[in-house]
Ligand binder design. Structure first.
Ligand SMILES: [Zn+2]
Length: 300
């Protein structure tokens, strides 16, 4: 097949990467996302593909990663935080503009696919990829392929309730989805900050809390221990349902090294097995996983 283009379509920037047959980066560029302008967004993506093809001297396949999901029923985008994209026939329009088939998946799915293809979980049969960032998302890859269901929500456990809740965790914070106590309200960066504020009355961001744990701040350390315990319970739920070989963490909070030791030490109390061999892994491609995974939507 040759060159594969992956495009990360985000709310502020559009990035294109070109991967060769072995997954090495051959070209990369990013541009600002035209704000509130669907036609302009399409034109920017076409421009990036045309420039890459002109410079590389070859045509390539195109995969897109973006927040939100393509409805299988309507073929249109939904749940995107770039609201001008919602309800638009993104795939159809891009296929016409680029004169080739285009595949689209959400950014958490692309992250999971990248890490399962040639990243931290390369070669492992069942992989759950989790984004712990501004929001909480997930994707499932089985034997190198994304799990794609009729609702386009496989792996999206961020709006399940936090499992095995403790008394002080009920009913839980309000979530924008309309419910209370969703996993995302505890495990996103803003969720960690809100928990810390409720308990201590101090306003710090997720990354600031993390840094302060390293200097011995007792309130921050306690908040992060609560975070680890909640993450262990939330992932134990996934292990009981999916039994993955590996769980790979992404997003801003995945930079925290202690999670990879502390969380597996806690999840055994909740997994229905006498031992747990699932591995918890840091991402290999960091911030590039989303755009690389979009390219991996096409086989080499
Ligand atoms: Zn929710």
């Amino acid at each position: 097949m040759g060159i594969r283009f992956g495009i990360d379509l985000g709310g502020t920037k559009i990035e294109l990467i070109a991967l060769d047959e072995i997954g090495a980066e051959a070209w990369r560029r990013r541009e600002a996302t035209p704000q509130g302008d669907y036609r302009g967004t399409l034109a920017t993506m076409r421009g990036l593909v045309e420039r890459a093809e002109a410079e590389l001297g070859t045509r390539g396949s195109v995969g897109i990663g973006t927040p939100g999901a393509i409805s299988r029923a309507t073929g249109r985008l939904k749940n995107s935080n770039s609201v001008c994209l919602n309800g638009q026939p993104l795939v159809e329009d891009l296929q016409a503009l680029l004169d080739r088939p285009v595949r689209v998946a959400n950014d958490a799915d692309c992250f999971a696919l990248s890490e399962a293809s040639d990243g931290a979980a390369a070669g492992l049969p069942v992989v759950f990829g989790v984004i712990l960032g501004t929001g909480v998302g997930g994707g499932i890859v089985v034997r190198g392929r994304l799990l794609h269901g009729p609702n386009a929500i496989a792996g999206e456990w961020g709006h399940n309730p936090l499992p095995w809740p403790q008394v002080e965790e009920l009913p839980g914070p309000d979530c924008y989805c309309g419910r209370q106590g969703c996993i995302e309200t505890f495990l996103s960066g803003p969720g960690l900050a809100a928990d810390f504020l409720r308990v201590t009355g101090r306003a710090l961001s997720g990354p600031e809390i993390l840094v302060a744990t390293e200097t011995g701040d007792a309130g921050c350390e306690a908040a992060f221990r609560r975070y680890e315990h909640r993450l262990a319970r939330a992932l134990a739920h996934v292990i009981n349902l999916l039994d993955p070989d590996a769980i790979v963490l992404g997003g801003g909070l995945s930079n925290c090294r202690r999670l990879y030791e502390n969380v597996p030490a806690l999840w055994g109390d909740y997994v229905f097995s006498d031992r747990v061999d699932t591995r918890l892994l840091a991402p290999a491609h960091g911030d590039s996983s989303g755009v690389r995974g979009a390219a991996w939507l096409w086989e080499p």
